[in-house]
Design a protein around this ligand. Structure first.
Ligand code: SF4
Length: 338
């Protein structure tokens, strides 16, 4: 009988759940996954996944009506086990309403609605904490897995080609956006300008980051470098395919960080109001995480507030260009040749 995983948290959380999916599929065979419409394409190509159901909890499926309709559909599948890595009441209620007889969740979720409760480790990387749901001992620094298709890779190449970047040429990807304003490092344009003489630049992000991308591309253009604004031009899987081609990614604490981890691309991750020790930092052998250490107000929230509650935003504004450039040198990305 097929098992079910319900993971409707943020994009990054879904990416970091992929090692759990692989571990469970090894035990039970391919699984079904309920996730958000945005994350669905990221997991539908994963070899551990049989079928993905998109649950638009804030849109067309919102409210009790949407929850009950999905629960009814899941009940018809007669799942034997539901794994609930997301500690939300909605996920717990969904599995309970779907009458899945075995429901496994974490102690700090909604234990009264589970039939088996696992302890969620208080520390460690999120990938390892999620693996605890299946009693899996983490292998050494297990990375997330995202699978791109031929057409994803072709779309990524098309954007690079249209931007005048040679096939197989070296470029550094920059991800300057974040849905939480306080997590945005304000010096991406200056970084791009400094890099322009040594590498092409590709800006990645959503349609909301397009203006940010245009500003960076404009700055690079004025210094005689090559840059492409890919913001809003690629699906998430296509963006993964593009990041996989980059010599390195410089990013805020946001979803592209996890895309690069899955792609094996070296990462320079910039942390402002959050800390890598929250469990969402990069951990590849060439990855670097940077942040301002001597700031009494840091960290100020689990996710990062929309804007700095103190107004000065020192956690990001004091993170200077030089350490970021030095970290990029450390990854070896700037020494690659076309
Ligand atoms: S309060 Fe401190 S940690 Fe939070 S956003 Fe402002 S500067 Fe950053």
């Amino acid at each position: 009988m097929t098992s079910l995983v319900v993971q409707t948290a943020f994009l990054g959380d879904v990416v970091l759940t992929t090692p759990l999916l692989a571990a469970l599929a090894e035990r039970h065979g391919p699984l079904d996954v309920v996730t958000t419409p945005a994350a669905a394409p990221l997991v539908e190509t994963h070899p551990a996944v049989r079928r993905v159901r998109a649950y638009d909890k804030r849109g067309t499926d919102r409210g009790l009506t949407g929850l009950l309709a999905l629960a009814r559909a899941l009940r018809a599948e007669r799942y034997e086990t539901a794994y609930l890595p997301h500690r939300s009441l909605r996920s717990a209620a969904l599995a309970w309403l779907a009458r899945v007889p075995r429901r496994i969740g974490f102690h700090d979720g909604w234990p009264l609605l589970y039939t088996e409760v696992k302890r969620r480790p208080a520390t460690g990387h999120e990938i390892d904490r999620l693996l605890a749901l299946a009693d899996v001992k983490p292998h050494h620094q297990t990375p997330p897995v995202l699978v791109t298709t031929l057409s994803d890779r072709a779309a990524a190449e098309r954007v690079l080609r249209e931007g005048g970047l040679a096939a197989g040429g070296t470029f550094v990807a920059l991800a300057p956006g974040s849905i939480w304003g306080s997590k945005r490092w304000p010096y991406f344009a200056e970084l791009a300008e400094r890099l322009a003489a040594r590498a092409a630049i590709v800006v990645v992000g959503s349609g909301d980051d397009r203006e940010l991308g245009e500003a960076i591309v404009g700055t690079v253009g004025r210094s005689g470098g090559r840059a492409v604004n890919a913001c809003g031009r690629l699906s998430l899987r296509e963006a993964v395919a593009l990041i996989a081609k980059a010599a390195a990614l410089v990013t805020n604490d946001s979803a592209p960080l996890h895309f690069a981890a899955a792609a094996g691309t070296p990462i320079v991750a910039l942390f402002g109001p959050t800390l890598p020790s929250f469990g969402f930092g990069p951990r590849g052998p060439r990855d670097v995480a940077l942040g301002v250490d001597d700031l009494g107000c840091r960290p100020c929230s689990r996710h990062g507030p929309p804007r700095c509650p103190l107004g000065h935003h020192h956690c990001m504004r004091r993170l200077a260009l030089e350490p970021v450039l030095a970290a990029l040198e450390e990854t070896g990305a700037l020494h690659r040749r076309d």
